[in-house]
Design a binder for this molecule. Structure first.
Ligand code: TYM
Length: 412
């Protein structure tokens, strides 16, 4: 990618159903444009998808389908990292940390949780309840400046910002506060059969959405059957949710303003409008479908895209995770992390934030003296060890307090 001096955008789509036109217009459409000005991380949120039961074979097939569709929709793999959420362990690692500072009440209030759980809140899986925390982890790990999403994700974005501020005020400035980007038209397309509910790829009724890979005859049928309102006037109006939704769809695929579309159909009626809309969608999806077909079978290429994407994502996310762990006081366990052992007040490189606990130093020194891994009676050590800290008693590897053998010998 090599674009990390640019502002960073991150977003994700769950492979919980076939990619549909609402996902394209609410999210994907803008990614291709934003990647010119932003370092881009585009994630297939497979761990979010399993918050609802998925058929394993379908989930696997669909994950590859998403990679191919991203590329077909104009995502340039030279500019953007495309990766699977499950390939980057830092997401679930940060999820756990954030879980430990998230009040249950915040999650209970989430509209999407309430919609999905319905009246069976106590029966739904913990994963669904925890969904927004994983999403916050996804975003905060990358220090995203911008997160392009549809309208339905606004509340999750607010939650993410709130979590970031809360964490920062408790532990220092670790997280960047991300901004939300929503498209001007089509940020919330509604179901074709039920304009009162959001168009969704996981809808059990496929007639409620147009999938990006639907063939022309299916698109014509779905649009013809789309619910409209009483009357015959093609006009956007709160009292006409069906036709308003189709107008938003028309505007999004044609790039025209709603007013000029309305003007064209004055006196013409729904049937003609719907026929034209279907053809507009078919024309719009045709190049995407052609590009998709040219790469879908190339598993080597698709795996390579994911491998490269995951490498970039891991590098970026692990840096943030290390800062988080450090901020909350988890020791790194790295061989080269000496801060833990530095005696307080030592003149050599030290971190005043990480004073050395006596027992840890004692364990290390005793190992050096005994030449053994045995820990031996460490419980009685506190006073004695403080004395032993005064001089280094290694014989002489490079000991816990020194960086070089010379330094270490000087202590002897
Ligand atoms: P998902 O897969 O449900 O939706 C993916 C994107 O499509 C948008 N969208 C819509 N836009 C307009 N009209 C619709 N009917 C419509 N339906 C969906 C969504 O707003 C979203 O932008 N939670 C995310 C996935 C995710 C994520 C993240 C996103 C996981 N981690 C981190 C951003 C950053 C979701 O809703 O996926």
């Amino acid at each position: 990618m090599g674009e990390l001096h640019k502002p960073l955008m991150l977003t994700g789509l769950q492979p919980s159903g076939p990619l549909m036109i609402g996902n394209y217009i609410g999210a994907l459409k803008d990614w291709a444009g934003l990647q010119a000005t932003h370092a881009s991380f585009l994630m297939i949120a497979d761990l979010h998808a399993i918050t609802f039961p998925q058929d394993p074979d379908v989930l696997r097939r669909r994950s590859f389908e998403f990679v191919a569709l991203f590329a077909a929709c104009g995502i340039d793999i030279g500019k953007s990292a495309i990766f699977m959420q499950s390939h980057v362990p830092a997401h679930t690692q940060l999820l756990w940390v954030l879980n430990c500072v998230t009040p249950m009440g915040d999650l209970q209030r989430m509209t999407q949780f309430k919609d999905k759980a319905g009246r069976r809140a106590m029966d739904v899986h913990v994963g669904l309840f925890d969904y927004p925390v994983l999403m916050a982890a996804d975003i905060l790990l990358y220090g995203a400046d911008l997160v392009p999403v549809g309208d339905d994700q606004r509340q999750h974005m607010e939650f993410t910002r709130r979590m970031a501020r809360k964490f920062n005020s408790a532990y220092g400035e670790v997280f960047k506060i991300p901004a939300t980007y929503t498209p001007r038209t089509g940020a919330r397309l509604m179901g074709l059969q039920d304009p009162a509910v959001k168009m969704s790829k996981s809808d059990p009724n496929p007639d409620n959405y147009v999938a990006l890979l639907d063939p022309p005859e299916v698109i014509r049928r779905k649009i013809r059957a789309a619910v409209t309102d009483s009357g015959s006037e093609v006009r956007g109006d709160a009292s006409k949710p069906g036709i308003s939704n189709l107008l938003a769809l028309y505007a999004a695929v044609s790039g025209e303003r709603t007013e000029s579309i309305e003007a064209r159909y004055v006196g013409k009626g729904y049937a003609e409008f719907k026929n034209d809309l279907a053809e507009r969608i078919i024309d719009f999806l045709d190049p995407i479908q052609k590009r998709y077909r040219s790469i879908e079978a190339d598993r080597v290429l698709l795996n390579e895209i994911l491998r490269q994407g995951a490498d970039q994502a891991r590098e970026r996310s692990e840096t943030t995770l290390a800062r988080v762990y450090e901020a909350i006081g988890l020791v790194t366990g790295r061989q080269d992390d000496r801060r833990f052992y530095r005696p307080r007040g030592s003149t050599r490189r030290q971190s005043p934030d990480f004073p050395a606990p006596a027992t840890a130093r004692a364990l290390h020194k005793r190992r050096n003296v005994m030449g053994t891994e045995e820990t031996k009676d460490l419980s009685t050590t506190a006073a004695a060890e403080t004395d032993a800290d005064a001089e280094c008693i290694s014989d002489c590897c490079v000991c816990c307090c020194c960086d070089t053998e010379e330094e270490c010998r000087m202590e002897e």
